[in-house]
Design a protein around this ligand. Structure first.
Ligand SMILES: Nc1ncnc2c1ncn2[C@@H]1O[C@H](COP(=O)(O)OP(=O)(O)OP(=O)(O)O)[C@@H](O)[C@H]1O
Length: 625
C-alpha cells in the first residue's frame, strides 16, 4: 500500500475570505472620482477624531499651517519686488537700496514660515499618541461588549485582527495625512495667490501638470489595499503556522510528534505563493510609478515651456518670470505634499473604514443594555428552546424543555457532542435561543437587562483560559466589584487550591505566566482548581459547572463535588462524564443529538434502562474486578 502523507488529506485547507470582508472589497473597487468625492468626508472624520483627542493641538496644527501659508505668499511677493528692483536700470547701490525693504519683508516671512512650520509639526506629533489612546479604548470597548455568538462567525475574528493590527494605527495616520493634505493645499493656495498676482495664465497650467501625479498616487494606494485583501487569508495561515512553530505551549507536541518537517513544509509552500504575489505587486507598482513619473515629467516640462515662451514673447518681464519660477517650484512641492497625503489618506481611510465598520458591527451585536432588571433567581425555564450555530445543518440544542429551580442540583449528561455545553450556554445567557423561549422567573429573557441576569450566574467553563494574572487576580476577576461574600482565600480553600497557591514562590501574588519575569505555571489540575475557585468566588445564585473535575485527582474531585452539593440559596447545573458524581442530583437530563432523551433521578434512570443505564454500567464495569 502506498504511504499516506498528511497532505493527502489536505491537512490545512485554504482559509477562505470571510463574509465580513465583502463590504470593504466593494468600497475598494470605487473609482478615483469616488475617492475624490469621499475625501472631504474622510478629512472631516479625521478632524473630528483629532478634535476629540485634543482641541488645542488640532487648532494649533491647522492655524500654524495656514498662517505659514500666508507668510509664504508674502515672501514670494516680496521676492518678486526684490527681483524687480534688482533687474531695474540704474547704479547697483541704488538698486540694492531700493530692494532692501522688500528683502527684509522676504526674510521675515521666511523666518515666520519656518518657525510656524516647526510649531505645527509639534502640535501634529502630539496628536498621534492621544488619538491612539482614544481609538484603542474604543476598539477594546467593542470587542469585550460584543455577544459571544459573534465569535462563531469566522469573519469576525479576521476583521478583529485587521482592526487591531492596522485600524488603530491608521486612525492617527489619517489625522496626520489630513493635516498634511491641508498643509499642502494651503501651500498651493499661497503660491497660487502669488502666481495669480504675477501671471494668472500659469495657474490652470499648474493644475493640469499635477493631474498625472494625483492619478498615479491613488492608483497605487488602491492596488496596495486590494493586494492586502487578497493576501489576508495567506498571511493569516502563515501567522497560525508561525504561532505553532514559535510557541512555548505547542513546543512539546511539535517535538513529540516530530511535526517540524510538516509545519516547515506547509509554511514554505504558503510563503512561496505569498512572496511571488508580493513581487508581482512590486512590479505592478513600479510600472505605474514609472508611467506616472514620465507623464508628470512631460507635464512639468510643458509648464516650463509655457513660461519660457511667454518670456521670449515678452509677455512677462524677467523679474516676474524668475519669481513665477520660484512660485511654481514651491507650488509643485506643496502639490506633491498634498498628493502624497491624499495617497496615504486614501489607503489609510480604507483601513480605518474597516476599523470603524468593525466597531459599529461589533456594537450592533452587543446585547442591549436596556430591559427590566432580572429579579433574584428563582426559576429558569426552557420551552422548546433550540440553538443552531451559524452555518451548521443541525441544531446543537433541539427543542429542549426543562425547568431549573432555586436550590436544585441538575445534571446534564450525554456523549461527546450531544449538546450539553451548548445547553449550558443557553442557561447562562451566553447565547440567545434560535428557537423556542427561555424565561427567567417567568419573564422572557429577551425582555431582561442582560447584565443584571449575568450578575446572578457563574460559569466554570470546560475550556478556560490561563489568564496571565497573579493567582489572587485569577480568582478575584470572578467578581471584580466584590463587596460582601466569600474572600479569595475562602474560594481557594473551597476549591482545594489554597495550599497549592501558598506554596507558589510569591503565594497569591505569583504571576501565572512563564513568559514574564518571575512568572510561574501550574499543572492542568492545579489550573482547574484555580478556575473552580474563581467560580466559587463569584458566589452566584446559578452556578453552571461544565466538566469541573476533568483534570482533578481523586481527592480534589471528591472535595469539589462536596462543594457542589445542594444548598438552599444556590442552584447548580453540572455537566460531567463521570456519572458517579451525578448520583445525588435532583434531576438528570440525558442528551443525545441535542435532544433530551431521558430524565429523572439516578435510581429512576438506572432502573429504566436506555442510554443512561448503558453509559453508567460501562463506567462502573471499569471499577469492578
Ligand atoms: N461555536 C460553535 N459553532 C458551531 N458548532 C458548534 C459550536 N460549539 C459547538 N458546536 C457543535 O455543537 C454540537 C454540540 O456541542 P457541545 O459542545 O454542546 O457538546 P457537548 O455535549 O458539550 O460535548 P462534549 O462532551 O464533548 O463536551 C457539536 O456538534 C459541536 O460540533
Amino acid at each position: 500500500m502506498a504511504q499516506q502523507t498528511i497532505d493527502d488529506h489536505d491537512a490545512l485547507p485554504e482559509l477562505e475570505a470571510a463574509g465580513w470582508l465583502h463590504h470593504s472589497e466593494s468600497f475598494a473597487e470605487t473609482s478615483f472620482w469616488a475617492v475624490a468625492r469621499r475625501l472631504p468626508a474622510i478629512v472631516r472624520e479625521a478632524l473630528a477624531l483629532a478634535w476629540q483627542a485634543n482641541r488645542v493641538d488640532t487648532i494649533a496644527a491647522i492655524a500654524f499651517n495656514v498662517v505659514a501659508g500666508v507668510a509664504t505668499t508674502f515672501g514670494l511677493l516680496a521676492t518678486s519686488t526684490v527681483l524687480t528692483e534688482l533687474f531695474a536700470a540704474g547704479p547697483t547701490p541704488d538698486r540694492i537700496a531700493a530692494a532692501l525693504p522688500a528683502l527684509v519683508v522676504a526674510a521675515v516671512a521666511v523666518s515666520i514660515r519656518g518657525g510656524l512650520t516647526i510649531a505645527a509639526g509639534w502640535a501634529q506629533a502630539r496628536m498621534a499618541p492621544q488619538i491612539n489612546y482614544a481609538v484603542e479604548l474604543r476598539l477594546f470597548g467593542a470587542t469585550t461588549a460584543v455577544g459571544l455568538a459573534a465569535f462563531d462567525d469566522s469573519g469576525f475574528a479576521e476583521e478583529m485582527d485587521r482592526a487591531k493590527d492596522r485600524g488603530i494605527v491608521e486612525a492617527a495616520s489619517i489625522v496626520n495625512s489630513s493635516v498634511d493634505l491641508l498643509t499642502g493645499l494651503v501651500r498651493v493656495a499661497a503660491t497660487a495667490a502669488a502666481i495669480a498676482v504675477i501671471e494668472p495664465i500659469l495657474l490652470p497650467c499648474l493644475i493640469l501638470a499635477a493631474i498625472p501625479s494625483a492619478v498615479t498616487a491613488v492608483r497605487m494606494a488602491r492596488r496596495e489595499y486590494l493586494a492586502m485583501l487578497a493576501f489576508i487569508g495567506r498571511r493569516r495561515r502563515m501567522w497560525l503556522l508561525g504561532s505553532i512553530m514559535a510557541n512555548r505551549h505547542t513546543a512539546a507536541e511539535v517535538r513529540s510528534y516530530q511535526m517540524r518537517d510538516f509545519l516547515l513544509g506547509q509554511y514554505e509552500r504558503i510563503m512561496r505563493g505569498q512572496t511571488a504575489a508580493e513581487m508581482r505587486l512590486v512590479r505592478a507598482q513600479t510600472g505605474t510609478r514609472t508611467v506616472g513619473a514620465a507623464v508628470g515629467g512631460l507635464a512639468s516640462l510643458a509648464l516650463y515651456g509655457v513660461l519660457g515662451w511667454m518670456l521670449v514673447d515678452g509677455a512677462i518681464p524677467l523679474a516676474a518670470a524668475a519669481t513665477a519660477l520660484l512660485a511654481l517650484q514651491a507650488a509643485q512641492m506643496g502639490l506633491n505634499t498634498a498628493i502624497y497625503a491624499t495617497n496615504r489618506l486614501y489607503e489609510d481611510a480604507l483601513y480605518y473604514g474597516d476599523f470603524r465598520a468593525f466597531v459599529d458591527r461589533a456594537w450592533a451585536q452587543a446585547p442591549e443594555p436596556s430591559g427590566e432588571p432580572a429579579s433574584d433567581f428563582a426559576e429558569i425555564r426552557l420551552d422548546r428552546a433550540s440553538l443552531r450555530y451559524p452555518d451548521t445543518d443541525t441544531p446543537a440544542v433541539d427543542e429542549v424543555t426543562l425547568t431549573v429551580r432555586k436550590g436544585q442540583v441538575i445534571a446534564l449528561v450525554g456523549e461527546n457532542g450531544s449538546g450539553k455545553s451548548s445547553l449550558a450556554k443557553l442557561l447562562a445567557g451566553l447565547y440567545q435561543p434560535t428557537g423556542g423561549t427561555i424565561t427567567w422567573n417567568g419573564v422572557d429573557v429577551r425582555r431582561l437587562d442582560p447584565a443584571s441576569r449575568a450578575a446572578q450566574v457563574a460559569v466554570i467553563t470546560q475550556d478556560w483560559w490561563k489568564f496571565p494574572f497573579t493567582a489572587h487576580q485569577n480568582i478575584a476577576v470572578g467578581r471584580g466589584d466584590r463587596e460582601t461574600g466569600p474572600t479569595v482565600v475562602d474560594a481557594a480553600t473551597a476549591a482545594l487550591a489554597h495550599e497549592m497557591i501558598e506554596e507558589l514562590p510569591k503565594g497569591y501574588a505569583t504571576l501565572l505566566n512563564r513568559q514574564f519575569k518571575d512568572g510561574h505555571d501550574l499543572s492542568g489540575g492545579q489550573w482547574q482548581r484555580l478556575v473552580a475557585a474563581r467560580g466559587f468566588y463569584r458566589d452566584a445564585a446559578l452556578l453552571i459547572c461544565d466538566e469541573p473535575s476533568s483534570a482533578l485527582d481523586a481527592r480534589a474531585e471528591h472535595a469539589m463535588f462536596q462543594q457542589l452539593r445542594r444548598r438552599p440559596d444556590r442552584t447548580v447545573v453540572l455537566i460531567t462524564h463521570r456519572l458517579a458524581n451525578v448520583r445525588h442530583a435532583d434531576q438528570i437530563y440525558v442528551l443525545h443529538h441535542g435532544r433530551i432523551v431521558q430524565h429523572g433521578s439516578h435510581a429512576e434512570l438506572v432502573a429504566a434502562g436506555g442510554l443512561y443505564q448503558e453509559l453508567f454500567h460501562l463506567q462502573a464495569s471499569g471499577y469492578l474486578g
